[in-house]
Ligand binder design. Structure first.
Ligand code: GLN
Length: 211
């Protein structure tokens, strides 16, 4: 079973653990550097990216997480987790850092105060025909992807309203991120996409370096 950690410094940790367990992964919390070595993939939940960044650094997780990301570990970030995976923040707080890895520029709280939180059905570029149809996306003070590099695959865009067309889900190699929170509902397809990435990455690794 793929071992998938959930960064547990802040946010919807329990909901992500439950979703991953439901999909057959061995899910565990990640709070200490040693726990970073023991996983095949990581979920970074939503929360508040400035706080999460501070805690990641205080818990001495920044360097080990950056190293594993650079080595190709699959990571899925939701909302603040997307911000943590972004190489660039359009409106970063002074001193705000990210783990990086995704060649994107994100804008925090991009949808503005008047639409603090909203829900919308989106088309999603599923990798597997068994996962068809729109996804009901819940946005909570969400970021959007303002710019994406050439190597970044756009998985979903806002479907209507003033922000129509804005990019809200991306993938680049083993890194995936959504502006919305798939852990709040019962739909497990977004988590399933990620578990699939972790499984195939693990298989490839086992083929290359049998042990
Ligand atoms: N606005 C938050 C941030 O900048 C993200 C909100 C969320 O994760 N729900 O980190």
């Amino acid at each position: 079973r793929p071992r998938i950690g959930v960064l547990a410094v802040q946010g919807d940790v329990r909901e992500h653990l439950a979703a991953l367990t439901e999909l057959g992964a061995e899910a565990s919390t990640v709070r200490r550097p040693a726990e970073v070595d023991a996983i095949d993939g990581l979920v970074i939940p939503g929360g508040e990216s400035t706080v999460m960044d501070k805690l990641v650094r205080a818990f001495e997780l920044q360097a080990p997480l950056r190293a594993r990301i650079a080595a190709g570990m699959p990571v899925y970030g939701s909302c603040a987790g997307m911000i943590m995976l972004a190489d660039r923040i359009a409106d970063a707080r002074p001193d705000q850092q990210t783990l990086g890895g995704l060649d994107i520029t994100v804008r925090r709280n991009a949808f503005g105060r008047q639409v603090d939180s909203f829900e919308q059905d989106l088309d999603f570029a599923w990798s597997d025909p068994s996962r068809a149809g729109t996804v009901h996306a819940v946005f909570i003070r969400a970021p959007w992807v303002e710019e994406a590099g050439n190597g970044v695959e756009v998985l979903a865009r806002v479907s209507g309203g003033p922000a129509a067309g804005r990019i809200v889900a991306v993938r680049q190699g083993n890194l995936m991120a959504t502006s919305f929170h798939p852990e709040v509902g019962a739909d497990r397809r977004v988590h399933a996409e990620f578990v699939e990435i972790v499984r195939s990455h693990r298989q490839q690794r086992n083929v290359r370096e049998p042990a």
